[in-house]
Write a protein that binds this ligand. Structure first.
Ligand SMILES: [Zn+2]
Length: 404
C-alpha cells in the first residue's frame, strides 16, 4: 500500500471485537496481563497487530540481510520493520505508554512531552523528551546509537533496538528477562602501586533487566591493610547498563616491595549468570630508580696485568634498601664479564686487557619491578693499556753482594 505523507511504514496493535462473558473479553483484551485492564493501565497485552510498508515509487527500499549493499539513498526495510514492530508492541500506541508520556514541560523553547517510565529514565538519565506523544524526540540516542523509536528513518542507515527502546518496552509492561552474563572485563588487572582508588570494571553482556552481583577481595601475595584496602559490596546494573566499576584503594607502601597480587571474586548475582567470577589484581610496584658508578683499580696498566673494575649500585632515596641483581661490564660494545651485586650493592670484575685504549661502562640490569636498570656514565672509566716487550731487556750491571 501507499502509506502516504512521507511515511515509510505504519504499524500498531490491532483493534478487536469480541463477544462472550467478561472473562473471555478480558482474556482477548489483555492476554492475561491484568495490569492492562487497570483504569490507568500498567501493562499491555495486544492480541496482534499489523504493519504496512510504503510501496510507492517514492521509496527506494533496501531489502538485504546485511548492510554491505545499503546505499546512501536507500531506506533500510529491516530498520523500518523493527520500528513498526515497536509500535505493534505498544510504543506510542498502548495505554500504558500514553499514560507515562503526558508530562508536558517547558524545554526552554516550547512545551514538550516527556516519557517518565522509570526504566527509560534510568537508561536516559531523566525524563525522556518525546516527539509528540508517540516517539522519542528527533535524534534521541542511547548507547551512542540513534534509537529505533526515533520518529525519522535515516537514508543508508541500519538501526537496532537500543537500551532505551528496550527500557520503553519494559516500562509499558513487557518482561525483559532475556538472559545476561556478568564477568570482569579482564582476567588480570594491573594497578600501579600507591595508585589510590583504582577501578576494576565488570561487564554485563546480553539482557537489559536490572541485576546485582556481590564482590569481595581476598589476599594472595598482597595483604589487605598493607598493600590494598579490603573491599566488598554489591554492584548494581540499572536497566540497560552494561558496565560497572569497583573502586579498590591501592595503598602506597614505600619503598616498593615487588609485584603482589590479590583476588577479587564475584558471587550471588540476582538475575545474571557469572562467568569467570575471579579476577587477579596485580599491584605493580613502580621500580626504584638506581644509579651505577664505576671505578677502576688503575688508570693505566700493562697488558696482561690484572685490573679490577668496581660497580656500585645505589637506590634513589627514600628507598634506602640495597639493589640486588648483577652488573655487566662492557669494553666498548664487547661484554667482558658479568658479576653479581654483593650485600653492599657492589659488583667487581678482575680481568686483563689487550694493549690500547679502553672505554669501560657498567650496566646494572635492574631487578624486575623492584629496581630499575642503570648504566654508569659512558666512558667513565677509560684507560690506556701499555704493551709489554716480548723479550726482557738486559741492561745495567748486576749488583752482587759479597761477604767480606
Ligand atoms: Zn513510528
Amino acid at each position: 500500500m501507499t502509506t502516504g505523507a512521507d511515511a515509510l511504514g505504519l504499524g500498531g496493535p490491532g483493534a478487536v471485537v469480541a463477544s462472550g462473558d467478561q472473562t473471555w473479553i478480558n482474556t482477548v483484551e489483555a492476554r492475561g496481563q491484568s495490569g492492562a485492564l487497570a483504569s490507568l493501565p500498567s501493562d499491555f497485552g495486544p492480541w496482534g497487530g499489523s504493519i504496512a510498508f510504503d510501496n510507492s515509487s517514492s521509496t527506494n527500499w533496501y531489502f538485504g540481510l546485511g548492510t554491505s549493499g545499503l546505499a546512501s539513498n536507500q531506506d533500510d526495510f529491516f530498520s523500518v520493520a523493527e520500528h513498526e514492530i515497536g509500535h505493534v508492541l505498544g510504543i506510542g500506541t498502548s495505554q500504558s505508554w500514553l499514560g507515562q508520556s503526558n508530562s508536558l514541560e517547558w524545554n526552554g523553547s516550547y512545551y514538550q512531552n516527556y516519557f517518565d517510565g522509570p526504566k527509560a529514565e534510568a537508561v536516559y538519565g531523566g525524563p525522556v523528551p518525546l516527539s509528540g506523544q508517540t516517539h522519542w524526540d528527533n535524534g534521541t540516542t542511547s548507547n551512542w546509537q540513534l534509537a529505533i523509536m526515533d520518529p525519522n528513518a535515516t537514508f543508508g542507515d541500519r538501526r537496532y533496538f537500543t537500551p532505551l527502546d528496550f527500557a520503553g518496552l519494559a516500562d509499558i509492561g513487557w518482561e525483559m528477562n532475556n538472559p545476561s552474563t556478568i564477568q570482569f572485563s579482564q582476567s588480570n588487572f594491573i594497578l600501579p602501586d600507591g595508585s589510590g582508588n583504582s577501578l576494576v570494571t565488570v561487564t554485563r553482556t546480553g539482557g537489559y533487566a536490572p541485576v546485582t552481583v556481590r564482590y569481595a577481595t581476598s589476599d594472595a601475595t598482597a595483604k589487605a591493610g598493607i598493600d590494598y584496602s579490603a573491599t566488598s559490596g554489591k554492584l548494581a546494573f540499572a536497566f540497560g547498563q552494561t558496565t560497572a566499576t569497583i573502586a579498590i584503594p591501592i595503598l602506597d607502601n614505600s619503598p616498593p616491595d615487588g609485584d603482589r597480587t590479590f583476588n577479587i571474586t564475584l558471587s550471588n548475582s540476582s538475575g545474571s549468570t557469572i562467568v569467570d567470577g575471579v579476577s587477579t589484581v596485580t599491584i605493580h610496584a613502580i621500580p626504584t630508580v638506581t644509579a651505577t658508578t664505576l671505578t677502576a683499580s688503575a688508570t693505566s696498566v700493562t697488558s696482561g696485568q690484572p685490573i679490577t673494575f668496581t660497580a656500585a649500585v645505589v637506590a634513589r632515596p627514600p628507598d634506602a634498601t640495597t639493589p640486588t641483581g648483577s652488573v655487566t661490564f662492557n669494553d666498548g660494545s664487547t661484554t667482558i664479564g658479568t658479576a653479581p651485586l654483593d650485600a653492599n650493592g657492589v659488583a667487581m670484575l678482575t680481568t686483563t686487557l689487550s694493549a690500547g685504549q679502553h672505554s669501560i661502562i657498567a650496566v646494572y640490569s635492574g631487578a624486575g619491578s623492584r629496581f630499575s636498570s642503570s648504566t654508569s656514565t659512558v666512558g667513565s672509566t677509560s684507560l690506556v693499556t701499555t704493551g709489554r716487550n716480548a723479550k726482557k731487556r738486559s741492561c745495567g750491571t748486576a749488583l752482587r753482594l759479597f761477604p767480606r
